[in-house]
Design a protein around this ligand. Structure first.
Ligand code: GAR
Length: 186
């Protein structure tokens, strides 16, 4: 059985989709660690409910990104993590984590990259006026949302509600992330 870590900063719906797919045996893996940089985030309670060990921290308690990433790397090493899945982790991965785990970190992003990288991707796309939205899963490297693409899904949308696009996108994300992790681990 493979060992994965999920990093999140918010609601954690992707974390939950991945963790429950593992618990149901749909993915031949166990989420051995959830990492969260926001102590108040909903994902923290979700991890607790699912019985998944978590490392929750406040970046302001550390002198630098290298400091908290050093701690994260030692936890990942100890838990023998093979794959890191960023799922709404709203922080740029720094050199410390990247040099230790490059080639083993993937991210899900709510746009058809390379369009609309960075924060507020859905809002950016809506403001631009596109009618085809989508989701991308990619390898994480030192660029912002610029690593090699693994999978993409697109959908048409002609309305003007960012909330609705998020809702449609997230339904796609949950299935797509599970399917992609399964393929990578094979
Ligand atoms: C997801 O929709 C993910 O695509 C997005 O954050 C959301 C987290 O939702 N990620 C980014 O915008 C990364 N730039 P969740 O906490 O419910 O999984």
């Amino acid at each position: 059985m493979h060992r994965i870590a999920v990093f999140a900063s918010g609601t954690g719906s992707n974390f939950e989709a991945i963790a429950t797919a593992c618990q149901r045996g749909e993915i031949d893996a166990q989420v051995v660690l959830m990492v969260c940089d926001k102590p108040q985030a909903e994902v923290v309670a979700k991890a607790e409910r699912l019985g998944i060990e978590s490392f929750v921290f406040s970046p302001k308690d550390y002198a630098s990104k290298a400091d908290f990433e050093t701690e994260i790397v030692s936890l990942l090493d100890k838990a023998q993590v093979e794959l890191i899945c960023l799922a709404g982790y709203m922080r740029i991965v720094g050199d410390t984590l990247l040099s230790a785990y490059e080639g083993r970190i993937i991210n899900i992003h709510p746009s058809l990259l390379p369009a609309f990288a960075g924060a507020r991707a859905v809002e950016q796309a809506l403001e631009y006026g596109v009618k085809v939205f989508g989701i991308t899963i990619h390898w994480v490297d030192h660029t912002l949302d610029g690593g090699k693409i693994i999978a993409q899904r697109a959908f048409e949308y002609y309305g003007d509600s960012a909330e609705e696009i998020h809702r449609i996108g997230q339904q796609i994300e949950h299935k797509m992330y599970v399917e992609t992790i399964k393929k990578i681990l094979k």
